[in-house]
Design a protein around this ligand. Structure first.
Ligand SMILES: O=P(O)(O)OC[C@H]1O[C@](O)(CO)[C@@H](O)[C@@H]1O
Length: 427
């Protein structure tokens, strides 16, 4: 069970006052009645509890088929079609995967010729499956990557390439859907009412996660636990509401940047996913909190200075893990040449807990308001709970700003400019 521990008492006391509680209750009512702005995109809200078993079995069977025939799965996608699975895979997989495990690699999340060329070289001599993911089916970066990967697969496997390419896209629209039909690729659907950054529990996230051998049922159990817990709870005992309320309270006082801070580097892509979720949902109409992230203790030796002493417009949210899955203990040496014997017996996780305490106190005294979210450990169910928690809280947070959490009109601006510069027909 996820715990939210809000360490900035001043913020808690005044953030969730009576007026705020009334606003949160109204948002809750509208959210579940699907009455708020963007309510056509609320498919994710009860998604974990309404997933049919045969859908999950189909994902698991396809995942097994991928593992049976491939050494490498290349997942092509960008934004919400990439970050959800990348976040979960980074959190759950070993830092140094074993050779016999399926290697999951990503493409189409940037446009680097060097990356793509080296990726194609890396695939030589390995058995490959490609999962190309795009809700719209027309995003340029993954389309470019897929053109190269498709060509590679067809040259290498001939007619057999079609059995090694899986498409995840809209049921009806988009160039990718059309291509999948023409070529006879296996298809998974991105539901109409789920936007990219809310799609981690659909086939978008689930297929790559299952292919890597993680339990999607446990992941969804965690999400389901969050779904049911936060659906009923009111502002006094609903951390998803409280996190949104405190962010909002700080925002109106001029704290316009939130720094998400972790001590476990495995969570760094959860931070990247969180940045898209909150940034793309809230950054509109001249409003929004800028989502930033740091990995401690690494960044205490770079950005720590700014957080401690720089411009006072930021607040910090620690994302903490109570128990480490694996740990090491600092041992004594007879000569004590590095002068570390004084901490002999201390585990590295204990070191991080102490580092958190020291950092938190320092930053509080530097005038940085703080929250902390704690998960018991990093496993499928806790990550499922955490991601659902963030999605729900993000909806509350955007509604508190008076913003539609589910569109991204600003993204079109740069896309149109690029198309004009590229002289794309029709632009
Ligand atoms: O899945 P698609 O349609 O390729 O979109 C990828 C990403 O691009 C965006 O539209 C922004 O560029 C995101 O909202 C989305 O997650």
């Amino acid at each position: 069970m996820l715990m939210i521990n809000l360490t900035y008492s001043q913020a808690i006391e005044s953030a969730v006052d009576l007026k705020m509680k009334t606003r949160l209750q109204q948002i809750q009512e509208d959210l579940y009645a699907k009455k708020g702005a963007g309510s056509d995109f609320l498919g994710w809200l009860d998604w974990p509890s309404s997933l049919p078993d045969d859908f999950l079995s189909k994902i698991e069977d396809t995942a097994k088929a991928i593992r049976d025939k491939a050494d490498v799965l290349v997942v092509i996608g960008i934004g919400g079609s990439y970050l959800g699975s990348k976040a979960v895979l980074s959190a759950l997989s070993s830092y140094f995967p074993k050779d016999e495990q399926l290697e999951v690699l990503f493409a189409g999340h940037q446009v680097s010729g060097e990356y793509l060329k080296q990726l194609l070289e890396h695939l030589e001599g390995k058995e490959v499956v490609v999962n190309v993911i795009s809700k719209s089916g027309k995003t340029t970066e993954p389309a470019i990557a897929f053109r190269f990967l498709r060509d590679y697969m067809e040259k290498r496997y001939g007619d057999g390439a079609a059995e090694r390419i899986i498409v995840t896209t809209d049921a009806e629209k988009g160039a990718l859907r059309q291509l999948a039909e023409t070529k006879g690729y296996e298809r998974f659907i991105v539901p109409d009412d789920v936007g990219g950054r809310y799609s981690v529990f659909t086939a978008v996230g689930l297929l790559p996660i299952a292919a890597a051998g993680h339990s999607i049922r446990k992941l969804l159990d965690g999400a389901k636990e969050a779904e049911t817990t936060y659906r009923e709870a009111g502002p006094d005992n609903n951390p998803a509401m409280q996190y949104a309320a405190i962010r909002h309270h700080l925002y109106v006082q001029g704290y316009t940047t939130e720094v998400n801070a972790i001590f476990e580097p495995k969570l760094s892509f959860v931070q990247e996913w969180w940045k898209q979720l909150f940034g793309e949902s809230e950054g509109k109409e001249g409003k929004g909190i800028f989502p930033a992230s740091v990995v401690f203790t690494t960044d205490l030796h770079s950005l720590g200075q700014f957080i401690q002493d720089g411009q006072r417009n930021l607040f910090e949210t620690f994302l903490l893990v109570k128990e480490a899955q694996q740990d090491l203990e600092i041992f004594e040496t007879p000569e004590d040449g590095d002068e570390l014997n004084y901490i002999a017996g201390l585990s590295l996780q204990e070191f991080n807990h102490i580092a958190h305490k020291g950092t938190s106190n320092a930053h509080l005294s530097g005038g940085v308001p703080q929250l902390s979210l704690t998960v018991d450990r990093i496993d499928e169910s806790q990550i499922g709970h955490l991601l659902y928690f963030y999605m729900l809280s993000c909806a509350y947070s955007a509604y508190l700003l008076g913003i539609n959490p589910f569109d991204q009109p600003g993204v079109e601006e740069y896309k149109n400019n690029i198309f004009k510069l590229l002289k794309k027909p029709g632009f």
